[in-house]
Design a protein around this ligand. Sequence first.
Ligand code: TRP
Ligand code: ZN
Length: 851
Amino acid sequence: MKDTAPQTIFLKDYTPFGFVVESVHLTFDLSPNATRVASRIAFAPNPEARDHRFFLHGEDLKLIRAAIDGTPVSPDVIDEGLTCAVPEGSFIWECEVEIDPQGNTALEGLYMSGGMYCTQCEAEGFRKITYYPDRPDVMSVFTVEIKGPHPVLLSNGNPQVQGKGHAIWHDPWPKPAYLFALVAGDLLAHSDSFTTCSGKEVELNLYVRAGDEDKCAFGMEALKKSMKWDEEVYGREYDLDVFNIVAVDDFNMGAMENKGLNIFNSSAVLASPETATDANFERIEAIIAHEYFHNWTGNRITCRDWFQLCLKEGLTVFRDAQFTSDVRSEPVKRIQDVIELRARQFPEDQGPLAHPVRPESFQEINNFYTATVYEKGAEVIGMLKRLVGDQAYAEALDLYFARHDGQACTIEDWLKVFEDVTGRDLAQFKRWYSQAGTPRLAVREEWDDGTYTLHFSQSLGASAATPEPQPQVIPIRVGLLGPNGDEVQATRTLEMTEATQSFRFEGLGAKPVPSILREFSAPVVLERETDTAERAFLLAHDTDPFNRWEAGRTLARETMMDMATSGAPAGAAYLDGMLAVLRDDTLDPAYRALMLAQPSQSELANALAEAGTTPDPDAIWQASETLALALAQHAQDVLPRIMAECRVDAPYRPDPDQSGKRALGARALALVTRLDGGAQAAEQYAVADNMTLQLSSLGCLLAAGKGEEQVAAFYAQWQGDRLVIDKWFGMQIAQAAPDRAADVAARLTEHPDFNWKNPNRFRATLGALAMNHAGFHIADGSGYRLLADWLIRLDPVNPQTTARMCSAFQTWRRYDSARQSLIGAELERIAETPGLSRDTTEMMSRIRGAE
Ligand code: TRP
Ligand code: ZN
């Protein structure tokens, strides 16, 4: 715990480190409470630096000894590191420290999980392992020696010695310390191999604890697919003799791309048909791909400083999305990503946590692993690709890899390769990296005797992060449909650069219907005043699958907004449109399932807030329930046929085809449950032989206020399987009625299996509460109070996870004054907790803002 006031770090203050690190040798002598780490580091003056003060980061380290060129020294140990007088030229720094992995509950640095040692060093965890210049622009070659009684001892790179109780690993590729990793434990390997495009054989291992061996096969296949895809699509070959993945139960995020030794949250890699849902399989495939792709976009080319985080994350998210669209369905992936973007990034960009894709200051970098950096960062790359075209994008990427391999780079370096390849000036485009907030794009049409004109105007609200917003470059993909639904103008990319701009289409026989922002070609809020007839027309006819879905989504949102604000009945255009979609069995079931999914209650709250209305969580919940019932009644006759069509008789496979059917079947079952009170859901639960069906039928029962018996049976069946029990916790809270959610969550926090120090279990419980919109925002404040109580309790144990979960409160200013004062009081209570971590302190001051 720091008692000093938090320091703010600025992008503009960047200076290179005074030394280069020529090599690093580390020796670990493992012991749960007293691990010894000896380091031998070769430093030389950095000719590119002006400041040659010798400062090494270090936190929670017990310094045992230090020496320079073999002579003992007594460094000045100061807060967050040490300094020492050093010789003029090159020298060897040696030191030994003692650390306490067992006592490390923050899950950053070297820690223990389920009896194994593991590490998490991004962003600034290596300084909890030894004294080091822990910054991404200091890259070096590491040799790591591990001593410990464990059968498996792993680090980065290639193994040089693997003996009993002793191993040496050497990583030939220079890397920053955040990519360092070490694992030691009694683990089992699921092994395979991959032959690269140049014929090198790579050994692949997925290491797990005993009992998890049967959950490895899918992850391994996903890894091989990813390796092949990166060769074929980006020309990127793997560069070591081995690639290891380790599954760990206690982990703050999804996974980590450590060079040659990826470490995964077990929820992001382990899966079997009985224990994982289709959605879990799909997420695992994407995360394996993401971490693997970091080998080039992140590891071989890394970030100069943490302000450049989107350089690796935005690009790698973009690459993993391309991979998923290629191996699954492109429109389905795009729609899922836009749903996520609106659910997570838009509220962030429109609230007190708004920050640019490349932030300009921070107190705690862990707080900037955000939807804006990751997901909006990926959207920005998608826009760049749309603007320059596929060919130029491919050439720019080739140039990026050729020019910057082995370097620590900036967004300027990234944009320069595009400028050099295309001759374009990207200065204005760069505003996507520097301005916070979601642009609003208003459009108006004009029809004049064969000439059709679209008038656009863009606006970006001023925010603390961006007080004087300037117009951005917006690629607007547009197509035009004739009155009979035929496309009269194929998709074109309009390039908007001004605050207001008009685009003309000539020679049309009749006034067309525009399909604007196809593929969701830019992360903006599109504002178009139009009637439900036009939305229904696009829902029936749009040739762009994204915009066809979007038309249905907009109809749903608009009718729900009317229902929630004026008690209007469910809109006929929506109900009829959905019925037509349900009946249309030429459409992919996965796509139909997305069409039928109602906008979430928080999406409704966002839409109301964007429209300047105070969202009422109870009214939104009511509207959502009423609409679902109306749709169920309207579609009553076709639902049995859909259920039959979606039945899968073949052995379970988590492929797009089967999982699409199960997704549509689950939508249909949810509607049927509105009519039969859960009879069919109970039948399905009884025969379910895979987790997808088991969990979807349990969810339906719980939503209908039933399922007590199944909840008990589920627990009895899965007790001891952590990942499945996480679902058991989460589902009961997610499906609880608004007036019960906080009570259910509170009761579950008293369950003997509520291991709150495990981030997955904490999120499954308190995270599920925060996502039950009406339950979390229940008027008596009990939802807010429960979450705040637990955040206060978790903060000293695990600041990183605590701070991330504070974002549940980020939308507080949009609610009514009674709720605002309840939340405000909880925020104050958190903020005033003595000894609050830097992570949570920063989140509180940003969320609460200047009062
Ligand atoms: N770099 C990781 C990724 O995007 C994520 C990451 C950052 C992370 N910090 C972390 C993972 C801390 C675990 C813990 O894949
Ligand atoms: Zn990443």
